[in-house]
Ligand binder design. Structure first.
Ligand SMILES: NC(=O)c1ccc[n+]([C@@H]2O[C@H](COP(=O)([O-])OP(=O)(O)OC[C@H]3O[C@@H](n4cnc5c(N)ncnc54)[C@H](OP(=O)(O)O)[C@@H]3O)[C@@H](O)[C@H]2O)c1
Length: 317
């Protein structure tokens, strides 16, 4: 269970998919608010779940009140009502993550997906809500009936965000770190804070350094607003690392230098892993360093292109 997300609102949680998600997440320990167009229907759905599992933390509200109460909001209504439902809760979504499960099915041909002009239902939601809401599209491939039964579900969940290249890179970087939940991680280059949040979900503590004040402040404001309490922010030249807090179990550098700064390799603990883009300004490799005692082994993962790592032990500008 994530530390930062405690209350999840499921808009349209009276339906098949939303009801299944409410069942699974409430049983995993989250506080669930089932949203509906009417308060009574939301309350009825919550009461039905509580009859079966009296100890769960589940309530029912109308959609706007449910969205207001939650740290994270999930939209589970038919495609035809996606935008009108979002309009009814728009203000309560600002600064939050919205998981959109909508499959663009348009009656009467509900057997065929009909993509909207924006390209996907998730993109349509993001365009409609603007940049202040973090739309993630997921669960389209999970059948409601599986969520309503209490057996394990052997399938991957597709997760998409609005910036494909950034998302793919983030996934590669994070997988390469091999995080298991107990690590202290140093991140050089906070940027928007998106990747910092993902690492925080996978590790024990994240120390993140950003040299640009406005970026660091903005990311800190958003992530603290989302209750990410295990991230420590610093505005400084990241090429120095964070010697006071070393050694780290993992170090992630999100900008490229010709060579990985020794100052950072030194701060990696025994058995630690460091991932960084390395090479010339226009052509780089994503490199994984693994430390074992005094030995550091290197593996090239893939070609990549990152912004330059600027600082005392990186590029000058
Ligand atoms: N069913 C699946 O297996 C499955 C799998 C993957 C993805 N999905 C996607 O998940 C979403 C929900 O699917 P579902 O099968 O759970 O749908 P559903 O049971 O037909 O409807 C879900 C809820 O939507 C609300 N709703 C109905 N008409 C509405 C309207 N005019 N305006 C606002 N809300 C309305 C209702 O809640 P209230 O009456 O309480 O407001 C209803 O309980 C869809 O976008 C679907 O594509 C479904």
């Amino acid at each position: 269970m994530s530390d930062s997300i405690k209350t999840i609102a499921i808009l349209g949680g009276t339906g098949d998919l939303g009801g299944g998600l409410a069942r699974q997440w409430s049983r995993a320990g989250y506080t669930i608010v089932i949203g509906s167009r009417t308060l009574e229907k939301g309350q009825e759905a919550a009461a039905a779940l509580l009859t079966e599992f009296p100890d769960l933390n589940v309530t029912g509200l109308d959609n706007p009140a449910a969205a207001e109460q939650a740290d994270l909001v999930v939209l589970t209504v038919p495609f035809a009502h996606q935008l009108s439902t979002l309009d009814s809760v728009k203000h309560a979504l600002i600064g939050k993550v919205l998981i959109d499960v909508t499959v663009p099915l348009v009656p009467p041909k509900v057997g065929t997906v009909q993509m909207p002009a924006s390209g996907s239902a998730g993109q349509q939601a993001q365009d409609h809500l603007g940049e202040d809401v973090f739309v993630v599209s997921a669960f389209q491939n999970v059948g409601a009936m599986h969520l309503q039964e209490d057996h394990s579900i052997a399938c991957d969940v597709l997760v998409t965000g609005n910036k494909r290249a950034a998302r793919d890179t983030v996934i590669t970087l994070i997988e390469a770190l091999g995080l298991k939940g107990e690590e202290r991680v140093l991140e050089i280059g906070t940027g928007s804070g998106y990747q910092t949040a993902i690492i925080a979900e996978l590790a024990r503590q994240v120390f993140t350094i950003e040299r640009l004040n406005n970026l660091s402040r903005k990311a800190q404001k958003i992530l603290e607003g989302l209750n990410y309490m295990k991230i420590v922010f610093k505005m400084f030249d990241g090429t120095y690392g964070w010697p006071d807090q070393a050694p780290f179990d993992a170090i992630l550098i999100t900008a490229s230098a010709r060579e990985i700064p020794e100052s950072l390799i030194k701060q990696l603990g025994d058995g630690g892993r460091l991932v960084a883009p390395t090479g010339e300004a226009d052509k780089q490799k994503l490199v994984l360093l693994t430390k074992s005692g005094d030995r550091v082994s290197r593996r090239d993962l893939c070609d990549c292109k990152f912004v330059p790592l600027i600082g005392k032990y990186g590029w000058s500008q």
